[in-house]
Write a protein that binds this ligand. Sequence first.
Ligand code: GLP
Length: 251
Amino acid sequence: MEIVLCRDVLDAASRCADIVEELLQEKPDAVLGLPTGTTPLPFYEELRSRSLSFARVRSFNLDEYIGLPEGHPGSYTAYMARNFDVNACSVCLPDGRAEDLEKAASAYEALIQEAGGIDLQILGIGRNGHIGFNEPGSSLKSRTRVKTLSEPTLKANASDFEGIEPPTMALTMGIGTILEARRIVLLAAGASKAIAVRDMAEGPLSANCPASALQMHEKPVVFVDPEAASQLANTEYYQRSQALQEKLKNA
Ligand code: GLP
């Protein structure tokens, strides 16, 4: 796993946008896997500030809440409409309002396959190490399915649902689905993510920290801000490796 120690969350966002930009230069019809949450907001802002064409891009979001009223601002569908140019790009999310959720889950997997698989999956991380809504205990080979949200996740996301009964379940890509992406970039910012980042990168591979499954991916890259990196033990190594990699790139 390549750990990139970033100056701050804006630096992380801009490095992540660089990767998207380079990919779109190589492959204008790339398939993106996209995240939601607070952490990726500066990344979406950065994308909006660059003149990139998403006309031929297809994107698949990681997850969507189940059972929210249509258009609810806390839904990830609404989040994407606010933060990403959904008119310029074909944006897909799991159908959290489907009557038959199992069918919706397999249809989502089929859509990803039909698009040729995900070229670049961008991820955030939950305080408990979840990716998408794959909560601790998730099978490391799981596919898109219904997951019950954990107590810490319900608490962390509660402010998005003031005045209504907050959703307690979600449709999420599985860990197996995520690991099939050809490239993976994870963004982590803030002290509340420090333990999860440590467990993901330096802990054992374990369903208790779903993000540790990235250890099984060929080449995941993690952009962390100083707070999120504060519990890492091997920072000296990451710094040295980063400096050498940059030297190699610019040689
Ligand atoms: C939600 C999303 C995750 C996201 C996580 C962290 O639970 N399902 O994909 O990574 O929140 O969000 P934040 O960046 O707001 O901490």
